[in-house]
Ligand binder design. Structure first.
Ligand code: FAD
Length: 341
């Protein structure tokens, strides 16, 4: 069989990182990325990009922890290299504070982030309305630079990147041997997945360079995440809301909530409002499927539905998707050599 041709559909953090993992695990493959939108117009561009996992109720915790650990290790190495600033990856320390005791005493990811500990009484004085909190250091991706860095790495390894809207995965069967579906919320329409739904998130990206420490309130509805150039203030979680139009009332509400945690934000300038639709599901769809029409088959690997935590687990799920692509290629090579006998 000639070099297997793999198409990755989608150019958010999941599609680009999956394409990169495929080039690493299958150097003989010819990889193409097809997408109707690229940075800065994807959901991934709107995200805060903090490595604090979201919990997927339908996925075993040890699997989620493995995905997070692989992602953390990968980005930690980038943060510790000369590439860090171009890739937009940096360490950030801060606090997660609670008004009431959280459900779990220790989150499953507490031994993956760095220096996780209970906050001292002195630290808690900054948050008079909160009872307790955790302090730790984690990583943050500045999302548009990270997406551009991934695109640059893909181009350097010879990956072709084309603007194309795919209406049906089957339309790719004559051109590609394996298709990888990384279309995020686009999978609702593309594959009619009824388990996938949007959770709308509105955030503010502000200029407040004196804010260096992250603050996350409880389960993360209100947060302040400082990046390299701007601070992300959040947020909202609006299930089944498809609107991409910023809501001025929500902007004021987010700003007030964040100022009550960090009063100095009243001096923030150049407030930009962004909205994104989290591609949400009970569990990430990370599996193989074989499409078939009239005896012709097309192996597909799905990798979408990362909800509120795509950045936190992207490298782990990309590695698993690349492994599944490898299995599809082995099966195709097995059947083509059997056909020659
Ligand atoms: P997307 O970025 O939406 O990419 C999908 C790609 O598929 C796009 O390029 C699109 O154009 C393409 N596409 C779709 N349909 C088609 C089609 N038919 N044909 C061709 N191309 C198609 N996660 C974290 O881990 N940490 C955070 O701090 C964080 N903060 C967030 C804050 C907000 C406000 C939001 C909205 C999300 C946040 N997330 C965070 C979640 C994270 O953004 C998502 O999990 C992640 O971006 C999903 O990536 P994706 O590549 O699957 O989707």
């Amino acid at each position: 069989m000639a070099a297997p041709k793999v198409a990755v559909v989608g150019a958010g953090v999941i599609g680009l990182s999956t394409a990169l993992c495929i080039t690493e695990t299958c150097p003989s493959c010819s990889v193409t990325v097809l997408s109707d939108q690229f940075s800065p117009n994807t959901t991934s561009d709107v995200a805060a990009g903090m490595l604090i996992p979201h919990t997927y109720p339908g996925t075993p915790i040890h699997v989620q922890k493995q995905w997070f650990k692989e992602t953390f290790t990968y980005l930690f190495a980038i943060s510790n290299s000369a590439e860090a600033s171009e890739a937009g990856i940096h360490l950030v320390s801060g606090w997660q504070v609670f008004k009431n005791s959280p459900k779990e005493e220790l989150p499953f990811w507490s031994d993956v982030v760095l220096g996780f500990r209970v906050m001292s009484k002195a630290e808690l004085q900054k948050f008079p309305q909160h009872q307790l909190g955790h302090a730790f250091t984690t990583l943050k991706c500045d999302c548009p630079p990270y997406l551009l860095w991934l695109e640059k790495r893909l181009k350097a390894t010879g990956v072709q990147i084309y603007t194309r809207k795919v209406s049906d995965l089957w339309e790719l069967h004559g051109e590609y041997n394996v298709v990888v579906n990384c279309t995020g919320i686009g999978a609702c329409q593309l594959v009619g997945d009824e388990k996938l739904f949007p959770v709308r998130g509105q955030v503010l990206k502000v200029h407040a360079p004196w804010v260096k420490t992250f603050i996350r309130d409880g389960d993360g509805l209100t947060y302040i995440y400082p990046g390299i150039h701007r601070v992300t203030l959040g947020g909202t979680r609006e299930k089944e809301n498809w609107s991409l139009t910023p809501d001025p009332g929500t902007t004021k509400d987010i700003f007030d909530r964040c100022c009550s945690l960090e009063p100095s934000l009243r001096g923030a300038q150049d407030i930009k409002v962004k909205v994104g639709l989290r591609p949400s599901r009970q569990h990430v769809r990370l599996q193989k499927e074989v499409l078939s029409q009239g005896g012709v088959k097309l192996p597909v690997v799905h990798n979408y539905g990362h909800g509120a935590g795509g950045f936190s687990v992207h490298r782990g799920t990309a590695k698993e998707a690349a492994r599944l692509v490898g299995e599809c290629i082995s099966a195709l090579q097995g059947s083509s050599s059997r056909a020659k006998l």
